[in-house]
Design a protein around this ligand. Structure first.
Ligand SMILES: *Cc1c(COP(=O)(O)O)cnc(C)c1O
Length: 359
């Protein structure tokens, strides 16, 4: 039986991905040279389609990496000389904080209890911090920090760089890019593609910061330093032999999403999130983990379970649907459900109906 994955990453492939993979093989995409014209076209079209889909201003740069984990490392290497400040509201934001520490920076954190995020009033960033690292959608706990909070931080601390982890939020998140400096995602979540490609969106301020560090003789890394990525991107190329197939698929799926309409995708996401949360609130075994409604993620829905999560996940699995376990220490206490663009309204209604009947 073909399974239907509602896991929060990797997840179900976008419904057009299989056709694009077949077409890519027909066109022998994995064998083309990454220094040839055909590759440059793929690169340019991936950048163009991402910019159009997400409404990214022209003066932003888009770089490709191996993962979002890699972007954490590159952000610290290129944009932080001494100190970074992290809003930590779960396992992913915590990991980014740790990366900064491992790279020898003074990594500060404002830790919020699980299932919550810091309120804008309590966020006080020291003068000395160069970068504010935020996570818009914390995939481990299902907490969503409102975008307005990010914009408030940017206005409050205009000298600092603001980085936003949107790995499990895009393409749903409707970001005002003029109010952020760096945004990033990887493709195995909301874009419904095979893992192994990170997308780094950044502005001129990040480039300037990296140049400043270089001019001071600081290391900004090697093949994926901002300067190296920038130089190659200017030629629609990458420093290394990249995930060409992943970039091809991203350009195609982004084009499909443009055609469907981002407004429609966002509306459907909100509808599906609403029926999920309504079901959870009425359920005798399940409860939304995030209590504050305005901090509930629309794209990764996390529920506390009164029975072990494996029991619930096992029953759901009998229908061919796969939902996620809790993250880390919450493994047996939570279930996590992805609500990505590939999950149709009908599929989500089917999952909601099934969960509703569990007792
Ligand atoms: C999955 C995830 C990451 C890590 O992505 P990789 O592609 O595995 O590096 C980072 N941040 C968040 C919020 C995530 O959900």
């Amino acid at each position: 039986m073909k399974k239907l994955f509602f896991t929060p990453g990797p997840s179900a492939l976008y419904f057009t991905a299989e056709e694009h993979i077949k077409q890519a093989l027909k066109e022998q995409v994995p064998s083309i040279s990454h220094r040839g014209k055909d590759f440059q076209k793929i690169f340019a079209s991936a950048v163009e389609n991402i910019k159009v889909l997400l409404n990214i201003p022209d003066d932003f740069h888009i770089f490709f990496t191996g993962s979002a984990n890699e972007i954490w490392e590159r952000l610290i290497e290129n944009c932080v000389e001494h100190e970074s400040f992290h809003l930590v509201n779960g396992a992913f934001s915590k990991r980014f904080h740790q990366v900064s520490h491992e790279l020898g920076r003074n990594a500060l954190a404002l830790n919020s209890p699980h299932g919550t995020c810091a309120s804008i009033e309590e966020i006080l960033v020291p003068e000395t911090s160069e970068l504010i690292a935020t996570t818009q959608n914390e995939t481990s706990t299902g907490v969503m920090q409102p975008l307005q909070d990010m914009y408030t931080l940017r206005s409050r601390y205009p000298e600092k760089l603001l980085a936003v982890d949107t790995v499990s939020a895009l393409p749903y998140a409707d970001i005002d890019y003029t109010m952020v400096d760096s945004v990033y995602f990887s493709v195995q979540k909301g874009f419904g593609l095979p893992a192994g490609l990170g997308v780094w969106i950044l502005n001129e301020r990040c480039i300037e910061k990296a140049n400043k560090l270089r001019s001071k003789g600081r290391s900004t890394g090697s093949y994926h330093s901002i300067s190296s990525l920038l130089e190659k991107a200017g030629k629609n190329q990458t420093p290394e032999t990249p995930n060409v197939l992943g970039m091809y698929l991203l350009s195609k799926v982004a084009a499909d999403m443009i055609e469907k309409g981002i407004t429609q995708i966002r509306k459907e996401t909100e509808y599906k999130a609403a029926i999920l949360y309504n079901m959870l609130e009425a359920h005798s075994l399940l409860d939304p983990f995030v209590k504050e409604k305005q901090h509930r993620s629309k794209t990764v829905i996390v529920a506390e379970t009164k029975k072990t999560s494996s029991e619930i996940i096992g029953k759901v699995a009998e229908t061919g649907m796969v939902i996620g376990t809790g993250y880390g220490s919450f493994k047996e206490d939570h279930i996590r459900i992805a609500n990505f663009p590939t999950h149709s309204k009908e599929q989500m209604e089917m999952l909601v109906d099934f969960l509703e009947g569990l007792n």
